[in-house]
Design a protein around this ligand. Structure first.
Ligand SMILES: [Zn+2]
Length: 528
C-alpha cells in the first residue's frame, strides 16, 4: 500500500469478482467469502434482484412507514413537501448516488409520495406543477427520477474533473477510453452497454441524452468534439484519429488559432507535435459540415473551453462549474411547466391572457415573500391552484350534490367564496374603509379589485407589501370562518387576529435583531 499501511489479515475478508467469481483457490490466509460485500450501508451485488432486495426494499419500506406517521399530523402542502425533501428521501438518495437504481424503485417511491401528498386520494395539483420552482408555480417537491438522473450527471463531472483519483481507472477501463473528458465530449453512442456495470451504462445513457440539439452558434461549434461525432464524418463514418487524440486534440476549437483561423499542417505539427500532411489537415477540415465551416470563417476569435462543455436548455455550460443541484433544476426546467390553474384563471379574467411570465412569477412568489408562515403560504397556494373547498369545486369533484352557496343561493365559486357572498361583501366594504383610514390609500375605485384581492396587489414597495400582508390574512380569516360553516365573519375579529400575527412577527424580528424589517408594519400595529 502506498501510504505504508498494512492489511490486517484477521480483519480482512476477500471475495472473487468478475470472471473469477467461481474460483475455489483461497490463498494468503484470508477469510474468503461468497456472499455480497457490504460497506457503509451499501451492499454490492451483481444481481439486479439482490440489488433491489438488499439496498432498496428496506429503505422503501422505511419511507412508507415514516410518511404514514407524518400523515397523522395534518400538515400543509408545503409542510409535507419539506418532510419528503429533507427527511424522507435522503436514505434513498444516498444509495442512488453510488449504485444503480432499478426502475421499479422510482415507480414505488413516486406512488408513496403521491399517496402521502394527497392522503390517499387523487392528486388535486399535478405532480408536474408541484415539482417546479416557486416562481413557476410549484412548491419544489423533489422529483425522485430527476434526482437520480442528476446524480448520474454529477458523476460525469467527477470523472472529468482535474483530480487524479485512482478510482478513475475503473471508468476508464469500463468506457474503454483513457481521456474521459474526450469521451464525454463525443456524441457517438460507442458504448457496448451490456458488457459494463449498469451504474456506468446508466451514466453514459443519461449523459448522451443531453445532446438533443445540433450545434449552430460559433461557440457551440468550436466546442464540438472532432472525434466520434456523427456530424463529422469521412466516407459516411465518424472519425477517430488516435495519434491526434493522444495529444489531446479533440475539439474543433483545437484546430483553430487565436484568431479563429484553421491551423496549417506545419502549425499543427509545431503546436501539438503531430506528424501530419497537407492532405490530412484538408481531410479533417472537409469532414466538418459545410454550414459549420461557414460560421467559423465569419468569426475571428477562438473562445473554446478546455473543460467539458454541454448545451443544456439552450445554454452552453462548462460542466466543472455545475453542481448536482444545477443538473436537477436544468432537467426540471426542461419540462412543460405552465400550471393548469393558469388557463382556468384566464377564462375568468381574460386580461390575464396577455400578461407576461413575470406577472405570473410575481403572483406565485407573493405569499412566500411576504409571510413566513407555512400555513398561510400553503393556503394562498391552494387558492391560486383553485383547490379551496368552495361548493362549486366540491360539486365538481362529486363531494357535494350542489354548487350552491351554503349561506345564500348563488353559485359558490372562488370569487363568491372570497368576495361576493353577502357577509363577505360587507366585510370587504369595512376593510377598505379601514385601510383608507390607516394608510390614506383609497382602493375602492380600482377596476381590478377582484384580481388584486385574489392574487395580490402589484408593486414591490413596502406599503404594497403591508397591503398584501393584510389582504392575505383577510382572505385566510374568511376561509377559516366559512369552513366552520356558521359563516360568522366579523371585522373586529379579523383585527384581533391581525394584531396577534403582527405581535408574533414583531417578536421574531426583535429576537433575530432585524427590527428594521418590522418598521413597515408600525403604522398598522400602532393603530390596532
Ligand atoms: Zn353566498
Amino acid at each position: 500500500m502506498c501510504s505504508g499501511l498494512k492489511i490486517n489479515l484477521d480483519k480482512t475478508k476477500a471475495k472473487y469478482i468478475g470472471s473469477l467469481k467461481s474460483c475455489d483457490h483461497y490463498p494468503h490466509g484470508l477469510s474468503w467469502i461468497k456472499e455480497p460485500i457490504e460497506t457503509l450501508g451499501i451492499v454490492f451485488t451483481e444481481s439486479e434482484e439482490d440489488n433491489y432486495k438488499l439496498n432498496f426494499a428496506k429503505r422503501i419500506k422505511n419511507l412508507n412507514s415514516l410518511l404514514n406517521i407524518w400523515k397523522q399530523r395534518n400538515l400543509s402542502l408545503k409542510g409535507k413537501i419539506t418532510v419528503v425533501n429533507s427527511l424522507a428521501l435522503s436514505p434513498l438518495i444516498y444509495v442512488s448516488s453510488v449504485i444503480s437504481t432499478p426502475k421499479k424503485v422510482i415507480a414505488e417511491v413516486d406512488k408513496i409520495i403521491l399517496d402521502f401528498m394527497w392522503s390517499g386520494g387523487t392528486a388535486k395539483i399535478a405532480k408536474s406543477t408541484l415539482i417546479q420552482s416557486i416562481d413557476n408555480g410549484g412548491l419544489k417537491l423533489c422529483d425522485f427520477q430527476c434526482k437520480v438522473e442528476a446524480l448520474q450527471l454529477a458523476w460525469v463531472k467527477r470523472m472529468t474533473d482535474t483530480s487524479q483519483g485512482r478510482w478513475k481507472l475503473f471508468p476508464q477501463c469500463f468506457y474503454n477510453f483513457k481521456n474521459l473528458n474526450m469521451y464525454f465530449q463525443a456524441k457517438q453512442k460507442l458504448l457496448k452497454c451490456n458488457d459494463i456495470p449498469q451504474f456506468y451504462s446508466n451514466i453514459h445513457n443519461r449523459w448522451m441524452k443531453l445532446f438533443d440539439s445540433e450545434a449552430s452558434t460559433f461557440e457551440e461549434i468550436i466546442n464540438e468534439s472532432i472525434w466520434l461525432n456523427c456530424n463529422i464524418t469521412s466516407a459516411g463514418e465518424p472519425i477517430y484519429w488516435k495519434p491526434w487524440a493522444e495529444k489531446n486534440v479533440y475539439k474543433i476549437g483545437h484546430l483553430l488559432n487565436d484568431n479563429g483561423h484553421f491551423y496549417s499542417e506545419k502549425e499543427i505539427c509545431d503546436k501539438y507535435k503531430i506528424k501530419c500532411s497537407f492532405l490530412n489537415v484538408l481531410q479533417l477540415r472537409q469532414s466538418i459540415p459545410k454550414q459549420w465551416r461557414d460560421v467559423i470563417v465569419k468569426n475571428n476569435c477562438n473562445p473554446y473551453q478546455e473543460s467539458l462543455v454541454v448545451k443544456i436548455n439552450n445554454k452552453l455550460c462548462t460542466v466543472d462549474k455545475l453542481k448536482c443541484k444545477d443538473f436537477y433544476w436544468m432537467m426540471i426546467e426542461k419540462r412543460p411547466k405552465t400550471p393548469s390553474c393558469q388557463k382556468k384563471w384566464c377564462e375568468s379574467f381574460p386580461e390575464l391572457n396577455d400578461v407576461n411570465r413575470d406577472v405570473w412569477n410575481r403572483i406565485y412568489r407573493l405569499a412566500f415573500r411576504i409571510t413566513r408562515e407555512t400555513k398561510i403560504q400553503s393556503f394562498q397556494y391552494r387558492l391560486i391552484n383553485r383547490i379551496v373547498p368552495c361548493n362549486k369545486w366540491l360539486f365538481n369533484i362529486k363531494i357535494k350534490d350542489s354548487a350552491e352557496c351554503s349561506f345564500c343561493s348563488c353559485e359558490d365559486n372562488l370569487q363568491h367564496f372570497f368576495l361576493f357572498c353577502d357577509k363577505v361583501k360587507e366585510f370587504w366594504s369595512i376593510w377598505f374603509k379601514w385601510w383608507k383610514y390607516v394608510s390614506g390609500m383609497d382602493l375602492r375605485n380600482c377596476d381590478v379589485v377582484i384580481e388584486c384581492i385574489l392574487f395580490g396587489y402589484p408593486g414591490i414597495d413596502e406599503m404594497i407589501d403591508v397591503l398584501n400582508y393584510c389582504t392575505l390574512h383577510a382572505k385566510y380569516y374568511i376561509y377559516i370562518q366559512r369552513l366552520m360553516n356558521d359563516n360568522k365573519i366579523e371585522f373586529h375579529e379579523y383585527l384581533v387576529l391581525l394584531k396577534k400575527k403582527l405581535s408574533e412577527e414583531r417578536f421574531i424580528c426583535k429576537k433575530n435583531n432585524i427590527t428594521h424589517r418590522f418598521t413597515k408594519f408600525n403604522f398598522i400595529y400602532e393603530s390596532l
